[in-house]
Design a protein around this ligand. Structure first.
Ligand code: ADE
Length: 226
């Protein structure tokens, strides 16, 4: 999968993809992430990409021209399955959306800043609008990093144990069960004895049961989703 990201602050996206699972995904050639500085398509020699909003009000808006030019130039090089704008008024990201995105080949992500981007770009180029939650970030970069991470780990071959993403929280609309590691007894706090028995069927049953208990208690809303 190839993911292009348009941003006025590419520095914010330098580290998130250079470690751990995202790093491995790229080294294995399963994921390619390219961040583009939007100012490359600035409207003047000062690198301007934003302007005051019509109608007045505080905050700048990213202009049509740099975005349109950038999108058209990138789209001439590859066909994007989705052009995604990260915005707090988008559809809230969940595991199901991430699963769907992970089946795509090329994605273009647009990070907003200040007051956001000119509405006409949303109308004419953007195919999907994604929010990572009901709160406002200073820009779309951190949201883009979250989106790429959640998609990247789902790509076949990225995780060592290929099945492990299947047991993540939210797959099957269930939260993950509790996990334990050594020592077996820490300050008198013991691990559940079923985990020591070596009876894999029993362990799976216990985990499933724990997932249900945890989900009912913490996120009863997701149990009802399909
Ligand atoms: N940009 C600013 N806030 C955001 C959010 N919550 N999700 C996605 N993009 C954003």
């Amino acid at each position: 999968m190839r993911i292009d990201i348009l941003s006025v602050l590419p520095e914010l996206l330098e580290s998130p993809f250079q470690h751990s699972i995202m790093k491995r995904a790229q080294e294995k050639g399963l994921l390619e992430v390219k961040v583009h500085q939007l100012r490359k398509w600035a409207v003047n020699e000062y690198g301007q990409v934003d302007d005051y909003q019509y109608g007045g009000g505080a905050g700048m808006v990213i202009m049509c021209e740099p975005l349109a030019k950038a999108i058209e130039e990138l789209a001439a090089q590859r066909k994007y399955d989705e052009i995604v704008y990260l915005t707090p008024d988008g559809e809230t990201l969940n595991q199901k959306t991430a699963n769907t995105f992970s089946l795509k080949e090329n994605l273009l992500l647009i990070c907003g800043h200040y007051k956001g981007i000119d509405e006409r770009i949303r109308e004419h180029f953007v195919t999907k609008e994604i929010s990572i939650g009901d709160y406002v970030l200073s820009g779309g970069e951190l949201a883009a990093a979250v989106l790429v991470d959640t998609i990247g780990r789902l790509l076949p071959g990225v995780l060592n144990d290929e099945t492990s993403a299947l047991f993540d929280s939210f797959q099957d609309n269930l939260l993950a069960p509790p996990v334990y590691t050594r020592p077996e007894d820490f300050r008198g706090w013991k691990i559940p004895s079923v985990l020591k028995g070596g009876d894999h069927k029993k362990i799976e049953e216990w985990r499933h049961e724990q997932s249900i208990i945890r989900t009912k208690k913490r996120r009863p809303d997701i149990l009802k989703e399909d």
